[in-house]
Write a protein that binds this ligand. Structure first.
Ligand SMILES: [Zn+2]
Length: 85
């Protein structure tokens, strides 16, 4: 699990904006990200532990990757809706 920090997620979202992968919701906190060029699929999972936000991705990256960056915006919206419901 990787901790989401402001700096790490900013880098990841910047790269996600360039590559524009396809994002599909599997279930709450679980997303499938597809690379438009290679067709490779990755699974991104979010969790919250003790007030800190974490994410993991099954790609080879060892830090917050652009797959996580491409899903965080949607995740924030869905998480906010879920809390209200
Ligand atoms: Zn990844």
């Amino acid at each position: 699990m990787l901790e989401i920090t402001k700096e790490s997620i900013e880098k990841a979202t910047a790269k996600a904006r360039q590559t524009k992968p396809l994002v599909k919701v599997i279930e709450f906190r679980l997303y499938q990200v597809t690379n438009r060029t290679s067709g490779a699929k990755y699974t991104v999972k979010f969790s919250k532990v003790g007030g800190k936000k974490f994410a993991e991705c099954d790609c080879k990256a060892t830090k917050i990757c652009y797959h996580i960056g491409s899903t965080i915006g949607l995740h924030i919206v869905l998480a906010a809706q879920t809390v209200k419901a």
